[in-house]
Design a protein around this ligand. Structure first.
Ligand code: NAD
Length: 444
């Protein structure tokens, strides 16, 4: 069965008349991730005739904790940072979701990311609800010691709501396995014993899982492979552009190139490069390891490009792997890729979605495409609880199995309901969460 390129249901008509409130809502949904997330939920609710009570339930995060984090800086001064932990929904199990350090973090962004975690865990069939955390900080301006103090104090502040049976953080933008080690240690000091299951994405030596570091990029590649198979297209010789060369983007580039895909463009926060003849991924990784930007990559036929130009570059596969709201109503019409795999969370605005649909570009949505990370995080948590660790080969095989199973479940809905892959994934997720809420009932 071919993958549906078209959203059969008409998108909700834009509200152009009426009170100013509606106009603000429309404008916000282009830039405010939470507004975007709600509009996504509303579309599904309408499509599946979701019980109005459950719809209301899902429109509101379960728990929001906002904390101020005092940090003693190396020069003796004190800085205050704002941090958040949002648990969107816990009907399917303890909350799961990463922690992001970025100067642009807002509560609405964290709420949206927590909502997408609820959806992602449901699409993958993992026994988790969704959460997310964030600290508004530019981590590049902090020393390692300052970052450690920030992380430990943030952990202490949110320790009242996290725990291996309550809410299990993981890495996200500008946090990594070292950050998770500090969180695990701080939490363990508080409870009086080692508690590796409180976070995932830890170093292997203290209860991390083999394969976790590569899991998100690997999962993206598994779904791209599966989509190409369904479409009857040949992946070998295809070209790809990747925005963001961090954990998700760089691994994706490496694994795609091993499958014979030519990586023609990459970028990071400083800018990017494009080369018709392809870029050497190993050399890009060396640049990053040296602390340089991929924009410093030099070679014959290599041109410097901006992040905006990367999105519009000539390629078959586009992988946004940086931040949200990158593909918008402004640039969607200029995208040339025939398939987009969302490694990042929420990189496409609802308006852009409609344009991509009209252009018949196939989109593998974030809650499916980048779910490899949370899936291996789940494996890590299971291993920690059992204190029994699996081989990397077993982990990658189980990841492939779950990614393909989720892809097929989404694809089936896409075919039977005649909707695109985003709406199909959203339908599957909301149906699963709604069923859990219904079965558990509303307490008391
Ligand atoms: P990371 O910190 O390892 O890398 C982020 C990359 O994005 C860096 O190369 C950075 O330079 C680049 N970047 C930052 N701002 C940018 C901008 N304005 N334009 C272009 N590039 C920019 O983060 P990551 O873990 O790879 O996460 C990337 C995305 O993938 C995020 O949306 C994250 O939520 C999502 N994601 C990550 C995981 C995971 O396991 N790491 C799992 C699921 C989803």
């Amino acid at each position: 069965m071919p993958i549906k390129r078209a959203r059969e249901t008409k998108p909700a008509a834009p509200v152009l008349a009426g009170n100013g409130k509606n106009l603000v809502h429309c404008a916000l949904s282009e830039t405010n991730p939470w507004e975007g997330a709600l509009s996504q939920l509303d579309t599904v609710a309408k499509r599946i005739n979701l019980d109005p009570g459950i719809h209301k339930y899902l429109r509101t995060p379960k728990r929001i904790l906002m904390v101020s984090i005092p940090v003693q800086m190396d020069n003796g001064s004190v800085e205050i940072f704002e941090g958040y932990r949002v648990q969107h929904n816990l009907a399917r199990g303890p909350a799961k979701g990463g922690i992001r350090y970025h100067p642009g973090v807002t509560l609405d962004e964290v709420k949206a990311l927590a909502f997408w975690m609820t959806m992602k865990c449901a699409v993958m069939g993992l026994p988790y609800g969704g959460a997310k955390g964030g600290v508004r900080v530019d981590p590049k301006k902090l020393s390692l010691k300052e970052l450690e103090r920030l992380t430990r104090r943030f952990t202490a502040e949110i320790s009242i709501i996290i725990g291996p049976n309550k809410d299990i953080p993981a890495p996200d933008v500008y946090t990594n396995s070292q950050t998770m080690a500090w969180i695990m240690d701080t939490y363990s000091m508080g409870v009086g014993h080692s508690e590796p299951g409180v976070v995932t994405g830890k170093p292997i030596e203290i209860g991390g899982s083999l394969g976790r570091n590569e899991a998100t990029g690997r999962g993206v590649v598994y779904v791209i492979e599966q989509a190409y198979k369904e479409l009857g297209w040949n992946l070998r010789g295809a070209t790809a552009a990747i925005q963001g060369f961090g954990n998700a983007g760089s691994i994706c580039a490496k694994l795609l190139s091993t499958l014979g895909v030519k990586i023609v463009a990459v970028s990071d926060s400083k800018g990017g490069v494009y080369a018709d003849g392809g870029l050497d991924v190993a050399r890009l990784n060396t640049l990053k390891a040296e602390g340089a930007s991929v924009a410093n990559y030099k070679g014959p036929g290599v041109t410097q490009i901006t992040n905006e130009e990367l999105l519009e570059s000539q390629c078959d596969i586009l992988v946004p792997a940086a931040l949200e709201n990158q593909i918008t109503g402004e640039n969607a019409s200029k995208i040339k890729a025939k398939l987009i795999a969302e490694a990042a969370n929420g990189p496409t605005t609802p308006e852009a979605d409609r344009i991509l649909h009209d252009k018949k570009i196939i989109l593998l949505p974030d809650i499916l495409a980048n779910a490899g990370g949370v899936t291996v995080s789940y494996f890590e948590w299971v291993q920690d609880i059992q204190s029994y660790f699996w081989k990397e080969e077993d982990i990658n095989n189980r990841l492939r199995e779950l990614m393909i199973k989720a892809f097929q479940a989404v694809h089936k809905i896409s075919t039977t309901e005649n909707v695109d892959m985003r709406l199909a994934a959203d339908i599957l997720a909301v149906q699963r969460v709604a069923q859990a809420i219904k079965l558990r009932g509303i307490y008391p």
